[in-house]
Design a binder for this molecule. Structure first.
Ligand code: HEM
Ligand SMILES: *[C@@H]1O[C@H](CO)[C@@H](O)[C@H](O)[C@H]1NC(C)=O
Ligand SMILES: *[C@@H]1O[C@H](CO)[C@@H](O)[C@H](O)[C@H]1NC(C)=O
Ligand SMILES: *[C@@H]1O[C@H](CO)[C@@H](O)[C@H](O)[C@H]1NC(C)=O
Ligand SMILES: *[C@@H]1O[C@H](CO)[C@@H](O)[C@H](O)[C@H]1NC(C)=O
Ligand SMILES: *[C@@H]1O[C@H](CO)[C@@H](O)[C@H](O)[C@H]1NC(C)=O
Ligand SMILES: *[C@@H]1O[C@H](CO)[C@@H](O)[C@H](O)[C@H]1NC(C)=O
Ligand SMILES: CC(=O)N[C@H]1CO[C@H](CO)[C@@H](O)[C@@H]1O
Length: 327
């Protein structure tokens, strides 16, 4: 290669890096390549969610778990194979209770029929999470698209980034700040616990043997503890019963999760932890004093941030044909 050739080569490589490294997500990324894509997702959601009212919670949680490990790249959808290794994220402990994989596959197969190889699984997860929460009457948020699918999924990696329900505030803050999310995002996004269920096993130590004391968590409302022990989590090793995180309005995206936190009735230690600093407590109070529209607007801002974590764009990654396997 002569000097000019090397020069051109360098320019091309640099532009190439720029393209793959810095390409941004954009609103309506598929408007030319697959104009009906977003409508197909929305129609599928609107058709199926009314028959599966517990799925929106599962689907937004799937999105959260995807984004926190290797970015929002659909790595959570990969099945274990000889090329991905034995234990993909899907099979790791935090995923034991993640649901909604079949729903994503249903959307993907429609999109593959409409425009093969165009719409990424990572965008499908993100759009489905938003549209299914909207379908329940909850908040909406912007979903710029153009994410690409990752090639790697490693179950061991889920244990670091995904916070445990036993986390204290400083651990939660660290876990979120690693993803570029601040304390306000933490408080606002935890508000997703206004919908859905938790298994007894995620919090039974707070009922039966907190921190090795043999007693309940003193920061958990004692009346509520007695109630949960009598009616829901009747033994310390119950691994099957599910409990509403926001009893009374488990399918409604409202502010009552925050009301419960202040009544010392947040289900997980990680929920209760949000009341342990004056900063986070003030954020909770502000949300409760504001309107539901204000909560939805704050939730939208934080979801838009979460949906951009570590995304692959441009020519990074790929667009999977089958969300469970790399091409
Ligand atoms: C702050 C750290 C968080 C922790 C420690 C945490 C932990 C958990 C745990 C342990 C469960 C119950 C799993 C089970 O026992 O079945 C759960 C459920 C759930 N989480 Fe979180 N979570 C956190 C943040 C989030 C965020 C950011 C979102 C979404 C934006 C979210 C959405 C949900 C939803 C909707 C459910 C109910 C799922 C269902 O009903 O299937 N969580 N979370
Ligand atoms: C991926 O693995 C799950 C088991 O967790 C299985 O139910 C599913 O059929 C597999 N997906 C494909 C496309 O083989
Ligand atoms: C998965 O990640 C762990 C921890 O980072 C590492 O030790 C292991 O080798 C990885 N497994 C595969 C199959 O790459
Ligand atoms: C994967 O796991 C199976 C059994 O669960 C084992 O027989 C096999 O050797 C493992 N493969 C690798 C690459 O670790
Ligand atoms: C929070 O939990 C972490 C990890 O378990 C622990 O190292 C740390 O000391 C705890 N912080 C506080 C303030 O309790
Ligand atoms: C848990 O127990 C340890 C040792 O007994 C103690 O140092 C720690 O403060 C306790 N943590 C909480 C949250 O009560
Ligand atoms: C729960 O644990 C107790 C004692 O630790 C045991 O007697 C009981 O059989 C266990 N129940 C289940 C469902 O595993
Ligand atoms: C939905 C799904 O694939 N869940 C898996 C999570 O991981 C466990 C093993 O740790 C599998 O048994 C589940 O099938």
């Amino acid at each position: 290669m002569n000097t000019f050739g090397s020069f051109v080569f360098v320019i091309v490589v640099v532009l190439g890096l720029f393209e793959s490294g810095h390409a941004d997500l954009q609103m309506g990324f598929y408007s030319k390549s697959c104009p009906k894509a977003e409508k197909i997702v929305q129609d599928y959601v609107n058709k199926h969610i009314p028959n599966a009212p517990s799925l929106p919670a599962a689907l937004i949680r799937l999105h959260f778990h995807d984004c926190f490990v290797r970015g929002c790249d659909a790595s959570i959808l990969l099945n274990s194979t000889s090329s991905t290794g034995n234990q993909t994220e899907k099979f790791a402990i935090p995923n034991l209770t993640v649901r909604g994989f079949g729903f994503i596959d249903g959307v993907k197969s429609l999109l593959e029929k409409e425009c093969p190889g165009i719409v990424s699984c990572a965008d499908i997860i993100t759009l489905v999470a938003r549209d299914s929460i909207v379908a329940t009457g909850g908040p909406s948020w912007k979903v710029p698209t153009g994410r690409r699918d990752g090639l790697i999924s490693n179950g061991t990696e889920t244990l670091g980034p995904i916070p445990a329900p036993t986390s204290n505030l400083s651990t939660l803050q660290t876990d979120f700040s690693r993803q570029g999310l601040d304390l306000k995002d933490l408080v606002v996004l935890s508000g997703a616990h206004t919908v859905g269920f938790g298994h007894c096993s995620s919090f039974s130590a707070r009922l039966y043997n907190f921190n090795g004391t043999g007693n309940p968590d003193p920061s958990f409302d004692s009346e509520y503890v007695a109630n949960l022990k009598a009616r829901k989590c009747k033994s310390a090793n119950d691994t099957t019963t599910r409990v509403e995180m926001d009893p009374g309005s488990v399918r409604t995206f409202d502010l009552s999760y925050y009301t419960l936190l202040l009544k010392r009735r947040g289900l997980f230690q990680s929920d209760a932890a949000l009341t342990t600093s004056s900063t986070t407590k003030a954020l909770i109070t502000q949300l409760l004093q504001g309107s539901i529209e204000n909560f939805y607007a704050e939730f939208a801002k934080s979801m838009e941030k979460m949906g951009q974590i570590g995304v692959l764009t441009g020519s990074s990654g790929e667009v999977r044909k089958n969300c469970a396997f790399v091409n």
